[in-house]
Design a protein around this ligand. Sequence first.
Ligand SMILES: C[S@@+](CC[C@H](N)C(=O)[O-])C[C@H]1O[C@@H](n2cnc3c(N)ncnc32)[C@H](O)[C@@H]1O
Length: 207
Amino acid sequence: MLNNYDKIAGHYDTLSRLVFFKTQVTAQVDQLPYIQENSHILIVGGGTGWILEELSKTYTGLKIVYVEISAKMIALSQKRSYKNNHVEFVNIGIEDFKTDVLFDVILTPFLFDNFAEQRAAKVFGQLNEYLKKDGLWFQVDFSLNKTNGNWWKWLLIRSMYGFFKLLGIVEAHQLIDMNPYFFTANYLIVEERLYYGGFIKATIFRK
Ligand SMILES: C[S@@+](CC[C@H](N)C(=O)[O-])C[C@H]1O[C@@H](n2cnc3c(N)ncnc32)[C@H](O)[C@@H]1O
C-alpha cells in the first residue's frame, strides 16, 4: 500500500532523531497547549504513537481517533501509555476513513509530504469536512522557500525522497505547499513557528 511505513516502523523514530535530532518532536509538542480539555481529536499518520504519551502528560479525558495506514505503527502506538485519554485506533488510509464526528482539533504531522498533489487535495478536502467551525488544524511539515531556498534544504529533501523511493514507500517526488489549500478554504493562521533552520514549519490554522 502506498505511503505505508510498515517497512521502517521499528526504526522510524531513531532515523528521525538521527537526522533532525528532536526537532520533529519539539515542533509538534509546542503546539499541544492549544488543545482544550475534553477535546475530540483526530490524529492522522501519528507514526509510532509517541505523541499519545506527550498528550497524556498534560491531558486526561481527550477523545482521540488515531488513523494510521501502517499496521506496525498501530501496533507500536497501542503499546504506548496514553493513560486516561480514550484512543480509538483505526488501521486504514485516511482516504478510506469515514466519520460523522466533527473534531475540535486535527493533527497532520509530516503526512502531506508523502502525497502526490491529487491525494493531498483529496485528503485536505476530506479533513476540512471533519473539522468543526473554529476548529484547529495542526499542520507540521517540511518547508522550502522556492525563491530563496538554502541549498542544503533542497539536498536534504532530495535525499529523503531518494531514500524512500529506494524502499518503495512514498509516492511523492516533491514537496507540496499546503498553505494555498488552507488559504483558499479561508483558514486563519493562529501561530507559525520554524525549526531546523526553517526547514520544518509548524502552523496552527483556525477554520
Ligand atoms: C513521516 S511519518 C510521520 C510519523 C509521525 N507523525 C511523526 O512525526 O513521528 C508518516 C506516517 O503517516 C502514515 N501515513 C502515510 N499515509 C497515510 C494515509 N494515507 N493515511 C494514514 N496514515 C498515513 C505512515 O504510515 C507514517 O506512519
